[in-house]
Design a protein around this ligand. Structure first.
Ligand code: SF4
Length: 233
């Protein structure tokens, strides 16, 4: 008798989890950020990653944080200087506006602390669910799935979400299938897998060990829509 769709999905996720753990498990760094300045850097780097390539984000973030460490440092910079430091990073004026607004709020309301909940993070200007979930997962070790561009694309290709599913739907689908103990490996593993093998523009299906269970590979009917890039993420 054929498996029910939900059980088939769970079984598929078990295979994906085992594969990610085998391939990337040893690279997983479970160290959680504790210092306010590290959380600040993670948050601002995630804002910088919006509508930007990973490599560009790393360079721009490194450049910015070689000059500043704290929200107060950002507020001391002239806006033109901040914009020139992050110019490479896509819509840099919009991002500078967000970074300044976030720094103001942190200075005013979180002088010696940092927002700890999804709601508190999302109340910061320009911070949407994706950015909040990344800080919760990588910054605080909260077992949430953070759907970045790679998680979005790979989940749809494997068949864990509809081709036109939006952020919250993908997150809910994955969280239903992945136990809390596996969410960190899914976040890190799917990002690495998306960068190396299931590349957004041209997936390397020929060398992919998941092709047997991949909906995209096994059905040419499935189209993967490019994730919508919104200003507030
Ligand atoms: S078979 Fe291709 S599309 Fe499917 S997960 Fe592997 S690389 Fe991605």
């Amino acid at each position: 008798m054929a498996k029910k769709p939900e059980e088939a999905c769970r079984q598929k996720m078990r295979i994906v989890l085992a594969y990610l753990e085998r391939k990337y498990g040893r690279e997983v760094d479970m160290s959680i950020l504790k210092k306010r300045n590290d959380l600040f850097r993670l948050l601002i780097s995630t804002v910088l990653s919006q509508r930007a390539l990973d490599e560009t984000t790393e360079v721009v973030s490194e450049r910015l944080f070689s000059k500043v460490k704290t929200p107060a440092d950002i507020l001391k910079l002239r806006r033109a200087k901040l914009e020139s430091l992050i110019r490479q990073s896509g819509p840099f004026r919009q991002k500078a506006k967000k970074i300044i607004a976030i720094s103001r709020t942190l200075e005013k309301e979180y002088k010696n602390s940092f927002p700890r909940t999804r709601e508190a993070l999302m109340s910061l200007y320009g911070v949407g669910p994706k950015t909040a979930d990344i800080v919760l997962s990588y910054g605080y070790g909260v077992p949430v799935i953070a759907v970045d561009v790679h998680v979005d694309v790979v989940s749809k290709r494997l068949g864990f979400a509809r081709a036109n599913a939006r952020y919250e739907e993908i997150r809910a689908n994955l969280e239903k299938l992945v136990p809390e103990s596996g969410r960190y490996i899914v976040n890190l593993g799917l990002v690495s897998f998306g960068k190396e093998i299931c590349v957004t523009r041209k997936p390397k299906c020929g060398i992919c060990e998941l092709k047997k269970i991949c909906a995209y590979y096994n059905s040419n009917k499935i189209r993967v829509s490019k994730p919508k890039q919104k200003i507030n993420r």
